[in-house]
Design a binder for this molecule. Structure first.
Ligand code: ADP
Length: 416
């Protein structure tokens, strides 16, 4: 059993340390500050002093220095408790003659082990000191009076500390990496589930549309006018639902990395001049003007034809959805350097400045639109932008609320 003095200004810390060391079989005395610690050192037989560094009054370094020089007790081991936030603490410890240190936060086992180490090394014969050594460290000069054995002990302990810190860091990095892998797996599972679900839903939906069409066509016998109207409604809703499901399917496929683009040289004018047909019914039912401004028939983009059409259809459909009756929708394109710039312009309700970027995020809609039969799920633009980027292009928007919006699709021209 050894007698240990703990110098610590925080009563909680002092109690904690005292109970750890008592449990390890030592007798413990405590001092709340440096001055009373020195008193105790003079009066009591002790085997070791453990002192905090930062304390009101005398610091731990000073307490150690005084024990070793003023009180002439080089034989009494002093262990410093340090946060080691400043690497100079290590050399200051050597300078004041400290025998070892323990870094905070400490764990019980390490602390007791370190104390045993110091006590054991004290029991060993020490080599006599052979004068102070002067060292430069971090731009300062320190005179080190500690003995070789002390210095070695301290350096070995610092090495141990470093190894331990490194292990902690390595295991944290591994944990973070594991968490990232888990999150990715969950996200993939979600996308795969969505893709599978929407795919399965499409089959019965197509059947509903098909049979409604057959009845409308009178294949199963004559149909009355009210029945025909109802059948037409069934078909419209079926088509709408199919569009929503296709959006979810596309998005999920993209998220799980299953959408690939197959670029070829696509003539721009031939592709875009036919686009009006895609939205003819919407244009007519909403009494919208449509204009197409084409260009040189020889210009081609290096892109996936179907994907470009998908983006244009999405932009034109949005334009018809968000433009009031009598408004105008314009599709145009031009060559700009190595790119072709395609624009869909409308004279619709526009988009508030603060929403211009968020509308490209999945499931984002600015507000509930008036015409609820055309409601989407807010995936169209997210999909379109991803597709544009997958083809080496970009999709952007400019808009003025109340005046209209312009969506710009930039695609790379074919290499000539
Ligand atoms: P959806 O049309 O299915 O809601 P999108 O991703 O295509 O999803 O569009 C997201 C939102 O961006 C729309 O809900 C709408 O608020 C806004 N938006 C898109 N295009 C236009 C447009 N031409 N004019 C005004 N707002 C638009």
């Amino acid at each position: 059993m050894s007698r240990i003095l703990i110098v610590e200004d925080s009563p909680t810390q002092a109690t904690l340390l005292a109970s750890l060391l008592t449990e390890a079989g030592h007798e413990v005395l405590t001092a709340r500050d440096g001055a009373s610690a020195l008193d105790i050192v003079e009066r009591e037989p002790l085997d070791l002093v453990m002192t905090d560094i930062v304390m009101p009054g005398l610091s731990g370094f000073e307490v150690c220095h005084r024990i070793k020089s003023d009180l002439g007790r080089r034989d009494l081991p002093v262990v410093l408790l340090t946060g080691l936030s400043d690497p100079r603490d290590l050399i200051r410890g050597l300078q004041c003659g400290a025998d070892n240190y323990i870094t905070k936060p400490y764990d019980a086992e390490r602390l007791v082990h370190r104390v045993e180490q110091v006590l054991a090394s004290r029991r060993r014969q020490r080599s006599p000191g052979n004068g102070a050594v002067r060292v430069e460290f971090m731009g300062e000069t320190f005179d080190i009076g500690a003995e070789k054995e002390q210095i070695l002990d301290l350096l070995v302990s610092s090495y141990e500390e470093l190894v331990r810190t490194n292990q902690v860091l390595a295991s944290r990095t591994e944990e973070a990496e594991e968490a990232r892998r888990e999150a990715e797996k969950a996200s993939r599972a979600k996308s795969e589930f969505l893709a599978m679900m929407s795919h399965e839903l499409r089959t019965p939906l197509n059947a509903i549309g098909g049979y409604a069409q057959l009845m409308e066509d009178g294949v199963n016998g004559p149909v009355t006018e009210p029945q025909r109207k109802s059948l037409a409604r069934i078909r419209r809703n079926q088509e709408h639902l199919l569009t929503l499901i296709n959006d979810v399917l596309n998005f999920a496929r993209m998220e799980s990395g299953r959408i690939t683009v197959q670029p070829t040289d696509v003539p721009v004018d031939a592709l875009l001049s036919g686009a009006e047909e895609l939205v003819r019914p919407q244009l007519e039912s909403r009494k919208l003007e449509y204009r197409y401004e084409g260009g040189d028939g020889g210009v081609t983009v290096y892109a996936d034809r179907e994907r470009v059409l998908q983006i244009i259809l999405n932009l034109l459909t949005n334009a018809t959805k968000f433009t009031d009756e009598g408004g105008e929708i314009r599709l145009s394109w031009r060559v700009a350097g190595d790119d072709v710039v395609i624009q869909v312009r409308d004279t619709g309700i526009g988009i508030p400045a603060e929403r211009l970027e968020t509308i490209f995020e999945p499931f984002v809609q600015v507000e509930q639109r008036r015409d609820t039969s055309r409601e989407g799920v807010g995936l169209g633009l997210a999909i379109s932008r991803e597709l544009a980027r997958a083809m080496g292009g970009e999709l952007t928007v400019e808009s003025e609320p109340g005046k209209g919006s312009t969506f710009t699709l930039r695609l790379p021209r074919s290499a000539s």
